[in-house]
Write a protein that binds this ligand. Structure first.
Ligand SMILES: Cc1ncc(COP(=O)(O)O)c(C=O)c1O
Length: 390
């Protein structure tokens, strides 16, 4: 498995490369694109073969592969996560941002409060606000470079108008893998305040040694009646363009409500997304995913070592994900200044921490899902851009 070869994505309509200049002022000519969460890796062979087969056949009519698709998902969840999923509980949405939108639409009303543990994946707040719901920010505690929950503080924030909590597990950004105790605390919090609990587990396959991801459905089966699980093959297998995500609703009553909204909006999956999922959720896909995690682990080490050598910069130690979360507060610089140095001097396009909500202000999120040589290059560029601090 080759994760080292550089693949030029410029000119392919890639959001990450072809829009970096518009968004960050970093030219794709000599810039490093390390923002939006897709990777620079070619998908595993069975996915490529399936796509070739489809293109060679040349007919893209209606497809019904639902039972094979759901079986593949059940196999993956059981084998990789020890989680038994009922095929009938699986719905397919146009990716998981759409999945979040569907959960808001089905289970909450305009004006309801939706709890987020911030800083967190920025699209949650965007969807919540555009749906006329209110974001209730419960800030994570940065304890010695590791995010932790503060349930007593969050209890005190609740007003009674909150209807849903969205957990990101593993957490993006910062890469925390929540422990059984922490998951139980979130489940208890949802119960205490009578909230629907949406657990977005899109990063669940990308977990490094020393941490174990526990699906919320296993961690707290007693909250099944309020639980909605979100998963997708897109982060692991670099399939985001297919916009195929799973909303898994274990409770039959909630499932019926969700089913009705899906039918009312006439939402149904696209065939390349389903066929790619079937090919990825296979023994060959599993082997590829193991190799990927091991490669990403190496990237994390190279990048963290480089950051550790730059006074004033601190990267959170990732337990999961390829999304490094770098704190610039130690530089004493304004947000504008450290961002300017990263974009203009180091020529790196990275996500701005402010977009992730309260607590993200002094951070940039840097995507390590790329070739090792580029990670080393990014480290060198950052060291140079902040060399006056040495
Ligand atoms: C936690 C989380 N959920 C959802 C998404 C995006 O999901 P999709 O592309 O399926 O809409 C991301 C992408 O980075 C993410 O980090």
């Amino acid at each position: 498995m080759d994760f080292d070869s550089i693949i030029d994505r410029r000119g392919t309509q890639s959001v990450k490369w072809d829009f970096m200049e518009d968004l960050y002022g970093v030219s794709p000519e000599d810039g490093l694109s390390m923002w939006v969460a897709d990777t620079e890796f070619r998908v595993p062979e069975p996915v490529t073969a399936k796509m070739h087969e489809m293109a060679d056949h040349g007919i893209y009519g209606y497809v019904n592969c639902d039972s094979t698709y759901k079986d593949a998902i059940c196999w993956w969840m059981q084998n990789r996560h020890g989680w038994q999923v009922e095929p009938g509980s699986i719905f397919t949405t146009t990716g998981l941002v759409n999945g979040v939108g569907m959960c808001l639409d089905t289970f909450t009303q305009p004006g309801d409060g939706i709890v987020l543990f911030t800083p967190v994946y920025h699209a949650f707040a965007k969807v919540i606000r555009n749906a006329g719901r209110e974001v209730v920010e419960c800030q994570l505690v940065n304890k010695d470079g590791r995010y932790e929950l503060d349930m007593a503080a969050y209890d005190a924030q609740m007003t009674g108008k909150e209807k849903m909590v969205i957990l990101c597990s593993p957490h993006n950004p910062g890469g925390r893998v929540w422990t059984q105790e922490e998951l139980q605390e979130v489940a208890d919090f949802a119960k205490r305040h009578d909230l629907f609990l949406v657990s977005d587990e899109i990063h669940h396959d990308l977990v490094f040694d020393g941490a174990t991801h526990i699906p919320m459905a296993n961690a707290a089966p007693e909250v099944t009646e309020r639980l909605i699980m979100l998963t997708a093959p897109s982060k692991t297998f670099n399939l985001a363009g297919f916009h195929t995500g799973q909303v898994i609703v274990p409770d039959p009553h909630l499932r019926e409500q969700f089913q009705r909204r899906m039918l009312a909006l006439a939402l149904s999956p696209n065939s390349p997304g389903q066929l790619a999922t079937i090919a990825a959720y296979s023994p060959e896909g599993a082997e590829w995913a193991d190799a990927l995690v091991s490669y990403l682990d190496g990237n994390r080490k190279v990048f963290d070592d480089a950051i550790a050598g730059i006074p004033g910069l601190n990267s959170m130690r990732l337990q999961a994900t390829y999304l490094s979360w770098v704190d610039f507060s130690g530089t004493g610089m304004s947000r504008e200044e450290f961002t300017r140095r990263v974009e203009k001097d180091a020529k790196i396009a990275a996500n701005h921490g402010t977009t992730f909500g309260t607590g993200g202000e002094s951070f940039l999120r840097i995507n390590l899902g790329t070739q090792r040589a580029r990670i080393a290059e990014a480290g060198e560029r950052l060291a140079k851009a902040f060399s006056d601090l040495q």
